[in-house]
Design a protein around this ligand. Structure first.
Ligand code: KG4
Ligand code: ZN
Length: 359
């Protein structure tokens, strides 16, 4: 006989371990409310352990997560009791399989012991939910919440994708990168400038230090890949190569001797932001009913991308852009909990969940 679950979830304990983070959160939603509230969240990261190897070593990450998982949950529950929890939400895909299994098996055990259902969550689908959650101290403030239909960008180290969300249950994939993600492009180009992972914040900082001279628009620039492709495809692999070439050639350019790295960072950030803005404009033309634009993922922290999307609202006052708090751009358990609260239909028994490395 099929188990029946409550239609509404009010409080979930969420777990996220898809990459280097070990994260847990208690997230709540009042019945019919259009946003969730986080009342406790803790994140541990093993990023420091991976700087020497210049990339995440999956086994090292998983072993660190095994050590951190229970202390992180204990700390999250400092002012809460497990009795309050209606369900356990956990990232089941995509991600590093060893890392995912730490979270999934912990969630399965909690679900079994507590006799509460599990909500299995797709990490990429959960990122946008950083825009549907508020910190508990401002939960009563009447600040706006994204309105449907909306355009949703997920821009991270592994993904750059655009979705049309007609409701929480009707989500249409419009397009995305055909090769590298924007975050990966930021990271690889930052590496050429001598910065460790994650390189995106370094590019952002340098780009903002660059003071474009009057002649800026006339100078040779990086390409804006697939800008006029007419579809929602993006490509950042060639941009990386073009950046490497510009980087090599510009070393001998005496025009910007003191600010070569700032110029390069500014140029890269502008190229990526221009493409994202153009694809968004295209979607706004195709779907004129769109009321909000939301952005999520690590690179959603980027000030150039944020500014480019904000420009779209100046010509269309009925449109609002939403950006998550910086701590909710990168991987966190709060977005996993928020997603689960808006998708109670996904509840399952502890026996049936499985982790997948891919989506
Ligand atoms: O979502 P996330 O934490 O992990 C993945 O699932 O990939 O995203 C990490 C990515 C990295 O590529 C990092 O360089 C990028 O987000 N990132 C940024 C900024 N902050 C983080 N990229 C550009 N500008 C930023 N300010
Ligand atoms: Zn992520």
């Amino acid at each position: 006989m099929k188990t029946t679950y409550p239609h509404q979830l009010t409080t979930v304990l969420a777990i996220e371990t898809s990459c280097d983070e070990t994260a847990c959160a208690i997230v709540q939603r009042k019945p019919q409310s259009d946003y969730a509230v986080v009342s406790s969240e803790v994140t541990a990261t093993s990023l420091q352990k991976h700087t020497q190897t210049q990339g995440i070593v999956p086994e090292v990450a998983a072993r660190e997560q095994l050590k951190s998982m229970l202390p992180v949950i204990t700390q999250t529950l400092e002012n809460h009791s497990l009795d309050e929890v209606d369900a356990v939400a956990v990232t089941v895909k995509p991600g590093l399989i060893g890392s995912l299994l730490v979270g999934v098996e912990t969630a399965r055990t909690l679900s079994y012991i507590l006799n509460k259902p599990i909500v299995p969550v797709n990490h990429i689908e959960a990122h946008p939910y950083a825009n549907f959650v508020r910190p508990s101290q401002i939960s009563d403030i009447k600040s706006p919440i994204p309105q449907f239909p909306l355009l949703s960008w997920v821009i991270s180290g592994g993904h750059t994708e655009l979705y049309l969300m007609k409701s929480h249950q009707e989500i249409v994939y419009l397009g995305g990168t055909v090769d590298d993600a924007a975050g990966e492009c930021f990271d690889k180009c930052a590496r050429m400038l001598g910065f460790d992972y994650p390189g995106g914040p370094h590019i952002d900082r340098l780009a903002n230090q660059f003071l474009p001279p009057i002649s800026y628009r006339l100078r040779p620039k990086l390409p804006r890949p697939l800008l006029h492709s007419g579809d929602y495809n993006l490509s950042f692999s060639g941009l990386k190569t073009a950046f490497a070439r510009l980087h090599d050639n510009i070393q001998t350019d005496s025009q910007y001797p003191d600010s070569v790295h700032q110029f390069l960072a500014h140029e890269l950030q502008s190229a990526i932001s221009d493409v994202i803005k153009k694809k968004t404009q295209q979607a706004l033309t195709e779907f004129p009913a769109v009321k909000s634009i939301i952005i999520s993922g690590g690179a959603a922290a980027n000030t150039g991308i944020r500014a480019a999307l904000n420009q779209l609202t100046t010509t269309n006052p009925s449109l609002t852009t939403f950006f998550p708090l910086l701590s909710w751009c990168t991987d966190n358990a709060t977005m996993i909990g928020a997603y689960a609260l808006f998708h109670p239909e996904l509840q399952q028994d502890w026996q049936t969940i499985t982790a997948f490395p891919t989506r």
